[in-house]
Design a protein around this ligand. Structure first.
Ligand SMILES: NC(=O)C1=CN([C@@H]2O[C@H](COP(=O)(O)OP(=O)(O)OC[C@H]3O[C@@H](n4cnc5c(N)ncnc54)[C@H](O)[C@@H]3O)[C@@H](O)[C@H]2O)C=CC1
Ligand SMILES: O=C(O)[C@@H]1CCC=N1
Length: 272
């Protein structure tokens, strides 16, 4: 907490991802009073203030005035309009931490019309429960302390990897959007249990714990997924029958195509 304790942290945009980070930061010991959130939707401001005790404002300028470290947490599509409304000199003094999918460091520097310290980050929503997966990279004007500050924020809410910026679209397709694929899988798994006669609540509990337990086993053992899969798969048994059906229905190629689609969309958002 050494670097963060000295920082005044602000968020521009108080939506789902900002909330996940804020909740994680508060659980990780950051004082809510040191966090300011600018958010145009009044109900959302009231909710964030009541739930976490953060300071809120409808005016993005308040975050610039009050904070030295600013997390840009608006949608990529509203970024250029949002940044146009902020004063250039004030912006250029801040550490800007962007979590926007696709938007490049070059684009942020151009929008700020001058040298600005940018760290680009791709987090994911399990940050809400301190189990986030985040990748970070820094712009040319950002120093070691800036990168360390961003790293510290996201380490409080999970795991952090440093990557080259050209890999950020790949990260977005894998771990940024990835929780949604897992939720779809869990939903389908539970549905399959219900189809085979399990009560809904039992099916949901078993499906969630299966994914949680399998992920924990992978993480704790360090084994390759194929090694652990083999241990589940008895010769002539149930699992190989299921695996054969997954192959027939293109499970792996569906996952590859899904991630490719997200990567392509991330790159497209960056070009807009
Ligand atoms: N949701 C996710 O799982 C992840 C999202 N991201 C990125 O995080 C960013 C935010 O995404 P979400 O939180 O999902 O979206 P969201 O729609 O939940 O939040 C965006 C917030 O920005 C506010 N907003 C709109 N215009 C604004 C303006 N001009 N100034 C200030 N605030 C404004 C909206 O009212 C909204 O509350 C996006 O750029 C997205 O690419 C990155 C990783 C994961
Ligand atoms: O769907 C999106 O565009 C954002 C970026 C990664 C996860 N959610």
């Amino acid at each position: 907490m050494t670097i963060l304790a000295e920082r005044k942290l602000g968020f521009i945009g108080g939506g789902n991802m900002a909330e996940a980070i804020i909740k994680g930061l508060c659980a990780g010991g950051v004082a809510a009073a040191a966090i300011t959130v600018a958010e145009p939707v009044a109900a959302r401001r009231e909710y964030l203030a009541a739930s976490y005790g953060v300071r809120v404002s409808p005016d993005n300028g308040t975050v610039l005035a009050d904070c030295d470290t600013v997390v840009i947490a608006v949608k990529p599509q509203v970024f250029s309009g949002m940044i146009a409304g902020l004063e250039r000199p004030a912006l250029q003094e801040k550490l800007l931490i962007s979590i926007m999918a696709g938007v490049t460091i070059d684009a942020i520097e151009d929008a700020c019309a001058g040298p600005v310290r940018v760290v680009r980050v791709m987090p994911n929503t399990p940050a809400l429960v301190l189990a986030g997966a985040t990748a970070i990279c820094r712009g040319g004007a950002a120093g070691d302390a800036d990168l360390a500050c961003a790293r510290q924020i996201f380490e409080l809410v999970g795991t952090v990897c440093e990557v080259e910026e050209k890999l950020m679209d790949a990260v977005t397709g894998l771990s940024g959007s990835g929780p949604a694929y897992v939720f779809t899988f869990v939903e389908a798994l539970a549905d399959a249990g219900v189809k085979n006669g399990l009560p809904r609540e039992t099916a949901n509990r078993l499906a969630i714990q299966t994914v949680l337990g399998a992920a924990r086993l992978l993480s704790d053992s360090g084994d390759h997924p194929a090694v652990l899969r083999d241990k589940v798969t008895s010769p002539g048994g149930t699992t190989i029958a299921a695996q054969a059906a997954l192959e027939r229905h293109g499970f792996r190629s569906a996952v590859l195509a899904a991630v490719d689609a997200a990567v392509a969309r991330s790159a497209e958002l960056g070009r807009k």
